[in-house]
Design a protein. Structure first.
Lengths: 522, 446
């Protein structure tokens, strides 16, 4: 034996209970203090030389007080954020079945492409002659989006999905005003199953929201829409496929009824991933639809943004698209930045500059990689995966609209948890212990205790099989009375369940220096 | 296709398990005549190498900021971003995570948002900051809406020094919401009489400092008069680095501070994605738009963070929400907060002094070029030149000579009779050689 130092090489004694550690860390699970608890006000992680001969021309408006921003050296900075990252769950960690959010694989090729200097290191107000490649990219992305949707025009600039909704509804409002109906058409129909952003968007620009109730089958019925139509209705905001995971079978009839009444059809495109290459929204009668590049076209969600929400527009709405937009001119691509320079009637401007270029590059990189065949296959696989989960769980969990085919996400309610003392929230937290990100919970609002599962096309069959088996095990546990496994969960996450009530009751929204400790008495 | 794990065998087995023969049976609710039979009229799939070739060719047609003497600003600024920042924001757990709706497995995101909020509040001199907006311009639109909610008035006054794109965003939103907006004339010298616009009918005045022409504005008198009339002062900035050197808007009496955070940690990206900073006083907290992260404890009593006060937000309040915003600018706020952590107070203020010193040097050198007049008495790292020729033409000719000189005012304000004005920015990236190149090129062209 070479082990002359007496280093034990057996597995050690078994059966001892874990001892609390001195540091509170648990091996790779590190507790990380706040930046403000470890930083120093005179520390910096960048080397900069003080300018010589500094003579300010600030009109005497210099800062006189310290700011209160501690710094860290570079190694400390690296460690601080790496440790924070280790308390996060991402798509690269595991299955992330968050319904309506399309957490698909984020290819690193797209990251590399977005960082090419010709895209990442160009200024939005450089001379147009020096950014022809950037404009070409925007033009090409627009061409893809218009082709995939069979629409007439696209407004690329909206910064996120809700911003795209706002853009689309503004185009509708502008079109209505152009017809002289601005004063009378002020109602927008919104189904109860819609995302909260839909009614919020409509209300933001002065529309009155009229709900369309949910039916037992999860669909919006054309007669319910017709009943509410009148000369006061400006538009319907319909999500298709809808948030119950179902394609609206009467969508064409609804579109016709809307158009016959002189109104417009806004489609929430959050769920476009189910139908890319399978059906074109323009064929369904849509007038405006935002496309979440961060969902369907895989630009990273980044912990809550940045997003990107281009809006495709029908022929009726195309003239009202906001500035800026790209058009092909005699000497290359032109950028129309001013309303006065447009031949059409832009309703205004959504944002400074030209929108989320970094996201455009990533999305086009996704589209080029997939091609027409790959995008169609991706949608089919996304739908197949969701239905496979439905088939694997239908006997144990409850499907509020019956066991019928779904689109790219499958919706369960909590009827199967009846009398178990376990809630949808508890199931979600138990899934965390099992190493999964939970599904979307309590949305849509039209079913009780909703669990909306969207696996995306990025999951393998083996991954789905384990996920299904895990949920089956949880279902048996809940039904067999193993309540603690749920109500105390998560047990194994970086934190146990967090007290949200306390956070809202007396909000602490920033770090404040601790009060000086009073001198200890003797 | 390299991103799709299912094999044809898998697909066959899965269809059988579901109990259908073809995948199109799962699309049965799509009207038959609308289900596409033909592939879309787009190219087929491509390998990584081919995609790289196509996009690299497009990229190569653009002139990047780092490759030439570069002085373009007007709301987006070329700064050096430390390598650490880009490495860290590409960590999988940051890049591929979602909005932290499950806080137990999103403490990384939540803690940095809490730190970000603290940094933004300190930098702006305000009591509370949110977890970021899309960018400075949309944030300004939201600030105006918030002021309307607070004051229950619906008239905004926009300074003539506000970035014209920002003013356009506010006007678009206001017109659509039937709110009133008064936009003052372009104010090159920073001497407009905005006080005369303030009365009891006004909800807010929106003033940018440094303004779009580069002038440093004294906000105190505006805040004073505004507050006498129950009007809110919205202070806007487009260059976050300036806050390292200038008195904070909060210390001058601003009620809402909103600005662009791109300068810290984020690349130019041809205009986006960027990160909007938004801060206010605690008394207005419940009218503030956007996400907020707050401190709490978990079931074991350990400190943790959650999204909070969501009863303001659209997913709860629907048509009664304070805003329709759903997303923030998560990863860009991470880039901001990492860069700010690296800088610290010491680094930020030094960076700001370098920027200012470089701009002063440039202004003095340009002032000696024939046909060039520097208009500003005060500025931070950007100022306005009056040229002997139309600036748009000059900028084009300078670009041909390999110098990106700045932004012609006519590009932002066409038809305002300001065709000979040029906005020129200078940051820490500019060298003596860059300044010499700009002066030499201008001499040739003017």
């Amino acid at each position: 034996m070479l082990n002359r130092q007496g280093r034990p090489s057996s597995a050690g004694e078994t059966g001892t209970t874990a001892h609390p550690t001195f540091t509170g860390n648990k091996a790779l699970a590190q507790i990380e203090p706040l930046l403000f608890e470890i930083g120093r006000y005179d520390t910096t992680g960048v080397d900069l030389d003080e300018p010589e001969d500094f003579k300010p021309r600030l009109g005497g408006l210099e800062r006189k007080e310290p700011i209160g921003l501690p710094g860290l050296s570079e190694p400390e900075t690296m460690r601080h954020y790496v440790r924070l990252s280790q308390q996060n769950y991402g798509i690269d960690t595991g299955l992330f079945p968050l319904g309506s959010c399309t957490m698909k694989h984020n290819a690193r090729l797209n990251e590399r492409m977005a960082r090419l200097p010709g895209f990442s290191d160009v200024h939005p107000l450089q001379p147009v002659s020096t950014v022809q490649g950037a404009l070409e990219l925007m033009n090409e992305l627009g061409r893809y989006l218009v082709t995939l949707t069979n629409m007439t025009a696209v407004a690329l600039s909206p910064k996120a999905g809700a911003h795209g909704e706002l853009c689309g509804m503004m185009a509708i409002k502008a079109a209505i005003e152009a017809k002289g109906e601005g004063a009378t058409r002020n109602v927008v129909l919104v189904p109860d199953s819609a995302h909260g952003t839909n009614p919020a968007t409509a209300a933001l620009i002065g529309f009155k929201v009229k709900p369309v109730p949910a039916r037992e089958d999860g669909w919006v019925h054309v007669e319910d829409v017709k009943e509410r139509l009148g000369p006061d209705v400006a538009a319907i905001m319909l999500t298709n496929p809808n948030t119950c995971g179902l394609f609206e079978p009467q969508v064409a009839e609804i579109a016709k009824a809307i158009h016959d009444a002189g109104a417009y059809f806004y489609c929430d495109g959050a769920n476009f991933n189910a139908i890319v290459g399978k059906a074109k929204p323009g064929d369904l009668g849509v007038d405006a639809m935002h496309i979440n590049l961060h969902k369907t076209f895989s630009t990273p969600h980044g912990g809550g943004g940045p997003g990107s929400g281009p809006v495709v527009l029908s022929e009726r709405l195309a003239p009202f698209a906001p500035v800026p937009f790209v058009r092909a001119g005699k000497n290359g691509f032109e950028l129309v930045e001013q309303e006065a320079d447009a031949a059409e009637r832009p309703f205004g401007r959504m944002t400074a500059f030209h929108g989320q270029m970094g996201m455009y590059v990533r999305a086009l990189s996704y589209m080029l990689s997939h091609g027409s065949d790959g995008m169609k296959q991706a949608s089919e696989d996304a739908v197949l995966n969701a239905n496979y989960i439905r088939a694997g769980l239908a006997d144990l969990m409850s499907l509020p609209f019956g066991n019928k085919p779904c689109m790219h996400e499958v919706l369960f309610d909590d009827a199967w948890l009846k009398d178990t003392g376990v809630t949808t929230l508890d199931v979600a937290k138990a899934m965390i212990d099992e190493g999964y990100h939970p599904m979307t919970m309590y949305f849509p609002l039209v079913v009780h205790g909703a669990m909306l599962i969207e696996p995306t096309e990025s999951e393998s069959k083996a991954s789905l099989d384990l996920f299904i088996a895990m949920l089956r095990d949880l279902a048996f546990a809940a039904k067999n009375g193993d309540k603690e496994r749920f109500t105390g969960a998560p047990y194994h996450a970086p934190r146990r369940r967090l007290d949200e009530t306390r956070a809202a009751r007396s909000p602490v929204l920033k770090w404040t220096p601790p009060a000086p400790v009073a001198e200890a008495a003797e | 296709m390299r991103y799709l794990p299912l094999s044809d065998t898998d697909r066959g087995e899965m269809l059988a398990r579901i109990g259908v023969k073809t995948v199109d049976e799962l699309f049965a609710d799509v009207p038959k005549n609308l289900l596409l039979k033909e592939p879309m009229d787009l190219p087929r799939r491509k390998g990584e190498l081919e995609v790289e070739r196509i996009l690299s060719r497009m990229s190569a047609k653009n002139i990047s900021a780092s490759s030439v003497p570069f002085f373009v600003g007007a709301g987006a600024y070329k700064h050096h971003v430390p390598a650490t920042v880009d490495h860290l924001i590409q960590r999988s757990e940051f890049l591929t995570s979602y909005t932290p709706y499950q806080p137990e497995i999103a403490q990384g995101t939540l803690q940095y948002l809490f730190e970000f909020q603290t940094q933004v509040a300190a930098l702006t001199g305000m009591e509370v900051a949110n977890a970021s907006m899309y960018d400075g311009s949309t944030g300004t639109g939201e600030a105006v809406l918030m002021a309307h909610r607070v004051t229950k008035r619906r008239k905004a006054v926009l300074s003539g020094g506000l970035h014209p794109h920002y003013a356009d965003v506010v006007r678009t939103l206001s017109e659509m919401s039937s709110d009133n907006v008064v936009t003052m004339q372009p104010d090159v010298a920073g001497t407009e009489d905005i006080l005369a616009q303030i009365d009891d009918s006004v909800s807010c005045v929106v003033v940018q400092s440094p303004d779009v022409f580069g002038n440093v504005r004294d906000l105190k008198p505006i805040a004073e008069k505004a507050h006498q009339h129950g009007v809110l002062l919205i202070a806007v900035f487009t260059e976050a680095v300036s806050l390292g050197l200038l008195a904070s808007p909060g210390s001058q009496g601003a009620d809402i501070v909103v600005g662009e955070g791109q300068s810290i940690g984020n690349a130019l990206n041809f205009g986006g994605p960027y990160v909007g900073l938004f801060a206010t006083q605690s008394k207005f907290l419940r009218q503030m738009p956007g996400r907020l992260c707050g401190e709490t404890v978990d079931a074991d009593g350990s400190r943790g963070f959650v999204l909070t006060l969501s009863t303001r937000e659209q997913h709860i309040r629907r048509d009664k929400a304070t805003s329709n915003i759903c997303t923030n600018s998560g990863l860009c706020s991470l880039a901001f907060t990492i860069h700010m952590t690296l800088l610290g107070e010491a680094g930020l203020s030094r960076l700001a002094r370098i920027n200012h010193a470089n701009a002063v040097k440039l202004a003095d050198q340009l002032a000696s070029v024939k046909g060039v007049e520097v208009l500003n008495k005060t500025f931070f790292n950007e100022f306005t030149l009056k040229l002997a020729k139309p600036a748009a033409e000059v900028v084009e000719r300078l670009a041909e000579k390999g110098v990106l000189a700045g932004v012609p005012v006519s590009r932002l304000l066409p038809g305002a009779g300001l065709d000979n004005l040029l906005l020129v920015a200078s940051t820490e990236v500019n060298t003596d050689d860059d300044r010499a190149a700009l002066c030499a090129a201008l001499k040739e062209v003017l």
